[in-house]
Design a protein around this ligand. Structure first.
Ligand code: DX5
Ligand code: ZN
Length: 220
């Protein structure tokens, strides 16, 4: 069953509570944290997540586009994130493993994200240890509203086969340029969680946009 995770990066931050309610038919809420170092953009951090947590029970799928994310695992877990996804390019492998260990201790779910340039094989050591999610970026991370990179589709298929082999319960999420058409391609390649910012918040009828994304699963 495909999960839909609207990205609040495309919401109106002055009307965030309303904009979160508008996507309540979705499965998860995707929260993009950017530090201006790992990516050129700066978005939101722990205080905003803490406030969101007070106003919704939705599962907070937190995408950390942050250098050396191990520094902040405790803080994001305390703020109320349900899942912390770290970029494997954001630190040396031992530090990424240590950050994932910390997530385990804090009983927060954990994921690994890949930039478009990073090869599928890079996920294997992380899958072997056990993960809740792998996130394949289908645009360069940092900004909403970019075009889907179809050259990531073979990577999605390859990672799906690694998941089946090493950690079958792990989710495979795609993020960047996802709309009803590109969602279909991603689901066919093996994705089961679809992040969408502009395709949801830019739609005239937000619920209909979520329903359209959900329909992709029927063709699988
Ligand atoms: C980009 C973020 C995405 C972004 C997606 O770095 O990780 O989550 O919000 O936006 P769209 O769906 O507009 O490409
Ligand atoms: Zn994201």
């Amino acid at each position: 069953m495909v999960k839909i995770a609207p990205s609040i990066l495309s919401a109106d931050f002055c009307r965030l509570e309303d904009d979160i309610k508008k996507v309540s038919s979705a499965d998860w809420l995707h929260v993009d944290v950017m530090d201006g170092m790992f990516v050129p953009n700066i978005s939101i951090g722990m205080p905003v997540i803490q406030s969101i947590r007070k106003h919704t029970d939705m599962f907070l799928d937190t995408h950390l586009m942050v250098e050396k994310p191990g520094r902040y695992i405790d803080a994001f877990a305390a703020a109320g994130a349900d899942l912390l996804t770290l970029h494997l390019e954001a630190d040396m492998p031992p530090a990424i493993h240590a950050a994932l260990d910390k997530a385990d201790i804090l009983k927060v779910k954990k994921g690994i994200a890949l930039r478009p340039i990073t090869a599928a094989e890079a996920v294997i050591p992380y899958l072997e240890r056990g993960l809740d999610l792998i996130l394949v970026m289908t645009v360069e991370p940092g900004f909403g509203g970019q075009s889907f990179m179809s050259d990531q589709l073979p990577k999605i298929s390859a990672i799906r086969s690694y998941i089946e082999k090493y950690c079958p319960a792990c989710h495979l999420e795609v993020d960047g340029g996802i709309n009803a058409q590109t969602a279909q391609q991603c689901v066919e390649a093996g994705a089961d969680v679809l992040v969408a910012g502009s395709a949801v918040y830019g739609a005239e009828d937000i619920s209909a946009a979520i329903t359209a994304l959900r329909k992709t699963q029927e063709h699988r």
